[in-house]
Design a binder for this molecule. Structure first.
Ligand SMILES: C[S@@+](CC[C@H](N)C(=O)[O-])C[C@H]1O[C@@H](n2cnc3c(N)ncnc32)[C@H](O)[C@@H]1O
Length: 289
């Protein structure tokens, strides 16, 4: 039988469905488009194109990788987030749509309450999706971004280099604030730290558990270890009236409310919900005096 684009998409869709792979048709289309180096739309314009032997062999390898639960973004090396596309690779967290709430709230804070030019820090930069999205919207601001993972930093740097219209982002390696001199320098500190309780990791989907970096996920016994570490020191680095925004688990509001009482340097904190109404971001504002 001759394998055309259309036949191959249909066959792969049912193969993925049998193996309980999410969105089987979409996944088949993305992988075939990637394999042939064409856009998804073009697959349908070329639906009766027969595949060459080598293309077929390459596609079979991609199908097997996905069947073994490797995330699509690691296979294609690319993930869309907010208004851009970012390179990703094993060792670097794949940016999530959930994190767009953090970007949107940070942009709202910058628009409403921060004098220009502003100085912004991201802790735990990963692929760079958050800081680069902010930098695209604020080309005049000064950005700093750190991560403990050199693979993440290398990827974030490459992603920043691909953007022509952003200013310089100063990347640094190390644990949270450790590489920085403590002084009130930043108008905004933003972070999507690891916040999954360690005991929940074994129950995660194999795509995440077996493929994404544990250092990007594991937030310790109650999930709040990294959030606590950032909260303890953020006040030293924020200007008076500065903002700290962190992504959080949808069910961590009560624990975070209790935790917030220990940090009188912040005079307000609030929670921001995603479109589904779930708490996704906690936002602290440092006292002015
Ligand atoms: C949940 S990921 C977020 C990545 C990216 N900002 C995003 O939203 O897609 C958390 C990031 O924090 C980094 N990280 C974990 N522990 C860290 C530490 N002690 N200091 C700095 N970064 C850390 C991880 O390497 C990972 O890149």
């Amino acid at each position: 039988m001759e394998w055309t684009v259309f036949k191959l998409i249909s066959w792969t869709e049912s193969y993925f469905a049998r193996h309980r792979i999410d969105s089987p048709r979409l996944t088949a289309e993305i992988l075939l488009g990637f394999c042939l180096g064409i856009r998804r739309l073009d697959l349908y314009l070329q639906h009766d194109r027969p595949l060459e032997k080598q293309e077929l062999a390459r596609f079979k390898t991609l199908i097997q990788r996905r069947k073994n639960r490797e995330p699509v973004a690691y296979i294609t090396g690319e993930k869309g987030f907010y208004e851009s596309s970012f390179q990703v690779r094993p060792g670097v967290l794949i940016p999530r749509p959930d994190t767009e709430t953090l970007v949107e709230k940070t942009l709202a804070v910058l628009a409403e309450d921060v004098q220009k030019p502003s100085v912004i820090l991201e802790l735990g930069v990963g692929s760079g999706a958050v800081v680069i999205s902010l930098a695209k919207a604020h080309p005049g601001a000064l950005f700093f971004a750190g991560d403990i993972s050199r693979v993440a930093l290398d990827t974030a740097r490459k992603n920043a280099d691909r953007e022509k219209k952003i200013g310089k982002i100063h990347f640094f390696n190390g644990s949270w604030f450790d590489p920085l001199v403590p002084r009130p320098f930043f108008d905004v500190i933003v972070s999507n730290p690891p916040y999954i309780p360690g005991s929940h990791i074994p129950g995660l989907a194999p795509e995440i558990r077996d493929h994404e970096p544990i250092t990007a996920l594991d937030g310790g016994d109650d999930g709040l270890d990294c959030i606590r570490k950032i909260l303890v020191r953020a006040g030293e680095f924020l200007v008076p009236g500065g903002h700290l925004l962190m992504e959080m688990g949808f069910d961590q509001r009560a624990e975070l409310t209790a935790l917030a009482m220990n940090f009188p340097e912040f005079d307000t904190f609030d929670f921001i919900q995603d479109l589904a109404g779930q708490d996704r971001v906690v936002h602290f504002k440092k006292k002015i005096d």
